[in-house]
Design a protein around this ligand. Structure first.
Ligand code: RTP
Ligand code: MG
Length: 159
């Protein structure tokens, strides 16, 4: 029904290069997807050139961590997911844990960053921080996918 589709949100989740290099990150992430009733709408592996990285993180241009961030994000393979769930954006952020690794370990040891984060930059995963960011970021990673069209379905369909 339309009600079902309206309750759903989409978010973008990305396993960053450090997460792809760790043998347990994908397993832990998939377990969280299952335990929390997320649906995987899209999934793909990709790798960025430095220009992709700079474009995606343009809002952080000039910050002290920008250079290492863009180099890190173009240093190896990534896996991107479009995830659907009620309240997907904030729920996924919760499962990732805080950005900074000390805070993640200290306040959310069971989160992905709490378990696997290496540094404040090499923090395992990305998750959109709002529905607006999710729309922009899903478009960046999956240009062929239409969030609008997906959301307008009477109920989620998988073709
Ligand atoms: P994201 O956008 O990736 O979900 O992360 P976030 O909202 O939790 O953090 P944000 O402040 O938007 O920063 C984006 C990414 O930049 C790297 N970062 N490094 N102090 C540092 O070294 C630092 N601060 C941020 C992280 O990879 C962070 O996810
Ligand atoms: Mg952010």
């Amino acid at each position: 029904t339309a009600r079902l589709a309206k309750a759903l949100q989409l978010t973008l989740a990305v396993v960053k290069p450090d997460g792809m290099a760790h043998p347990l990150v994908l397993e832990a992430l998939h377990q969280k997807i299952l335990d929390n009733s997320f649906v995987i709408v899209k999934c793909k592996d990709l790798a960025w050139k430095k220009q992709d990285s700079e474009k995606f993180y343009v809002e952080h241009a000039g910050r002290f961590f920008y250079q290492r961030l863009v180099e890190f994000m173009s240093s190896g393979p990534m896996r991107a997911y479009v995830l659907a769930r009620e309240d997907a954006v904030s729920h996924w952020r919760e499962l990732m844990g805080p950005t900074k690794v000390f805070r993640a370990i200290y306040t959310s040891p069971a989160s992905l960053r709490g378990q696997f984060g290496l540094t404040d930059t090499r923090n395992t995963t990305h998750g959109s921080d709002s529905m607006e960011s999710a729309r922009r970021e899903i478009g960046f990673f999956f240009p062929e996918f239409s969030v609008e069209a997906w959301m307008q379905q009477e109920e989620p369909a998988f073709r």
